[in-house]
Write a new protein. Structure first.
Length: 677
């Protein structure tokens, strides 16, 4: 599987059927547009009717509303977030249930940008900028830890950069969906046996081992990893497969920071490496201790007060104004006279040292204002939906003063001109996994073409319109989507297909729980099956053909079939939670959903399925079509370029493809779709 299969950030997320768009919750929250959705719920923009205050409302998916475990997890998230009153933690204002008993959480609605987007755009942040962000994260963690709450999934996607009304940068910790109350005596088992809790690259060694005694030092380890990432532009332990990442974490030997960025001060390097110690007894014991050493290593970090320094303002300024934030180019100053967080702190730029007669900072970029950016707090991660890509980043990097050789290289690489190339994929799993698969290709194409390349994650239902309306330059389509869209758009040009360790094809798999006693397809008759969607190649169409080959009609043989909006990870979570007896997914979904292979028992696999088809959209100019095609085909699996771009992950490269490569899939899918339902 090379991505792009079924169904994130980006345009095209449609309103969910959980509630009607004009519904009022609890008699006081008028729902507006849906901002995003994930495995456990959907998030809406809303307004408090009486106060005319804009908020974000997270509503548990009706698929899980009857599941006691998921309801408890959802309520635990609300309890964890509400327990912490601190300006560096997203604020929960209210909770409740709709008239159908589906719980919801009311949160502050933020404007700004996730740290993940900043890192993706800027690659490397300056030491003052990185330590300012980390210091504020530690302030939020200190407040949470004092309440006995451990986050357990800290990562750049769960750290959000916004601004106060007076122009100061504020960093907020988001998403306590898998948090842990250290004093929780009920100890409800919220996860399936064998599940790994957290995001692989930011997990502590004890989390990787699945230990039950995870404490606040796991969060501090993650802050160390984020600092490493901000300072170097790289993860300390990177690989395409989670298992390989786990092995590197347990070895604990990252590349020295100063090998990657010689300008990072020795004292700061020492702080980061202590935070990332393999043994938790050798790490900082508390967020306060970590903060003090961080401040000692970087005296000019922006957060200069004692920890924690921020309390909620009396004005309740946690709902930020919908209009623009002050973009005055001069640095702001706090009450103590020190330079407050400015655009440089956001983008990774700082003015040249005063003693060097450095240049004055240029105009403040608008990268922090991406239209109204919604914080979609979804269990296991967040989805971020925004209206526009920053158009100030390139200018910001271009007018930066002299820096290190590595920083100059990063700045030069960031100056991209021309109309963006838009790379479309269907939404088929969680946001982070989609980006992990496709971002290396985006980066390669930007370097190769010298033009901006945008990854557009499109809902299945809007893929046809996106191709028809010229919204995409090229796309990676699953076999089923390619066959469907080829019929609708015969002028679409097939260029290549992905190659993985198994060649240019893969198999779908049928999984059950290890202790279920189910050993064969026949054992699933009369039971509940979970599928991503009816349009999923590996998640329904090929499995349906497999069942029919065993004289089992999937439309009548099962007690029921549950579908999960095209999301393979959500399908696996439903199986792990006992919502179904069997599930059909693609193999890589196990790791993407955070499970180990032994968490499930495989009873069958489908026929081989052609890998994704890389196609040029209809109406693309000959010049763009030729440039993109040549770039894609330069990634031959045996080439050093492909190895550099994709590493040793599941996708090893691209190879030329023809329509005939999909003939067998066309026949199998056609037979399944022709059967009455």
């Amino acid at each position: 599987m090379t991505g792009g299969e079924d169904n994130p950030e980006g345009p095209g997320i449609e309103p969910t059927l959980v509630v009607p768009p004009a519904k009022t919750l609890g008699g006081k929250y008028q729902l507006g547009r849906m901002l995003g959705e994930g495995g456990m719920g959907s998030v809406y923009e809303a307004e408090h009717v009486g106060l005319a205050k804009r908020v974000a409302i997270k509503l548990l998916s009706e698929n899980y509303a009857e599941d006691e475990i998921f309801v408890k997890r959802f309520r635990r998230e609300a309890r964890a977030m509400a327990a912490v009153t601190h300006d560096n933690v997203v604020q929960v204002m209210d909770t409740g249930e709709d008239e159908d008993g589906i719980p919801f959480i009311v949160m502050e609605l933020l404007e700004g940008e996730p740290l993940a987007s900043v890192i993706r755009r800027e690659k490397v942040l300056t030491a003052p900028a990185a330590t300012d962000i980390a210091g504020q994260v530690l302030a939020g963690l200190a407040a949470a830890h004092k309440k006995g709450i451990i986050h357990r999934d800290l990562k750049p996607a769960n750290v959000f950069l916004t601004q106060t009304e007076d122009g100061h940068q504020r960093t907020k910790v988001l998403d306590f969906g898998i948090s842990k109350f250290s004093s929780d005596l009920t100890n409800v088992n919220m996860t399936a046996e064998g599940a790994v809790i957290g995001t692989p690259a930011y997990m502590s060694p004890e989390q990787v081992k699945g230990r039950s005694d995870v404490d606040q030092r796991a969060d501090l380890y993650a802050v160390g990893v984020m600092l490493y990432r901000m300072l170097t532009g790289r993860l300390p332990f990177a690989a395409k497969k989670p298992r390989q990442i786990y092995d590197k974490i347990l070895k604990g030997d990252p590349k020295p920071i100063q090998t990657l960025q010689p300008s990072v001060p020795d004292a700061l390097v020492a702080v980061v490496m202590k935070a990332m110690s393999l043994r938790k007894s050798e790490r900082y014991a508390t967020a306060e201790e970590f903060f003090e050493e961080l401040r000692g290593a970087m005296p000019d970090m922006e957060s200069t007060g004692p920890l924690p320094v921020i309390t909620r303002s009396s004005s309740g300024g946690s709902i930020f104004p919908p209009s623009g934030i002050d973009t005055d180019s001069s640095p702001t100053r706090d009450a103590r006279g020190s330079r407050g967080p400015s655009s440089q702190a956001t983008t990774g730029r700082v003015p040249e040292p005063e003693q060097g007669g450095g240049t004055a900072p240029g105009p403040k970029p608008n990268g922090l204002l991406l239209g109204l950016l919604a914080v979609v707090l979804l269990a296991g991660g967040i989805a971020l939906i925004y209206n526009a890509r920053s158009n100030g980043a390139a200018n910001t990097m271009a007018d930066a003063g002299p820096g290190t050789e590595g920083q100059d290289a990063q700045a030069g690489a960031a100056v991209l001109t021309g109309t963006p190339i838009v790379y479309g994929v269907s939404r088929y799993t969680d946001i982070e996994s989609i980006h992990s698969t496709h971002d290396p290709l985006v980066t390669f194409l930007e370097d190769h073409l010298g033009r901006p390349v945008e990854l557009s994650i499109v809902e299945d239902s809007q893929l046809d319109a996106a191709l028809e309306n010229g919204e995409l330059t090229f796309a990676a389509l699953s076999a089923q989507r390619y066959i469907e869209q080829r019929g609708a758009h015969p002028s679409m040009v097939l260029v290549a297909t992905g190659v993985n360790p198994g060649g240019s094809s893969y198999s779908g798999i049928i999984l059950v729980q290890p202790d279920s006693g189910i050993e064969a397809l026949d054992d699933l008759i009369g039971k509940v099956m979970c599928f991503p969607s009816r349009d999923s190649t590996s998640g329904y169409l090929y499995p349906a053909a497999l069942f029919r080959g065993a004289d089992i009609d999937p439309e009548t043989a099962f007690r029921s079939m549950n579908f999960h909006q095209g999301d393979h990870s959500a399908t696996l979570r439903a199986l792990a939670a006992g919502d179904c007896d069997g599930a059909a997914v693609y193999p890589a979904a196990i790791a993407e959903a955070g499970f180990r292979v032994q968490s499930f028992h495989q009873i069958a696999s489908t026929q081989r399925i052609p890998n994704d088809a890389y196609v040029i959209a209809p109406g693309v100019s000959d010049e763009d079509s030729r440039a993109v095609s040549e770039a894609l085909l330069s990634l031959d699996p045996d080439s050093s370029t492909a190895r550099e771009v994709f590493g040793d992950g599941d996708l090893r490269g691209l190879t030329p493809a023809t329509d005939a490569d999909y003939d067998e899939a066309r026949e199998i899918i056609g037979l399944v779709e022709s059967e009455p339902r």
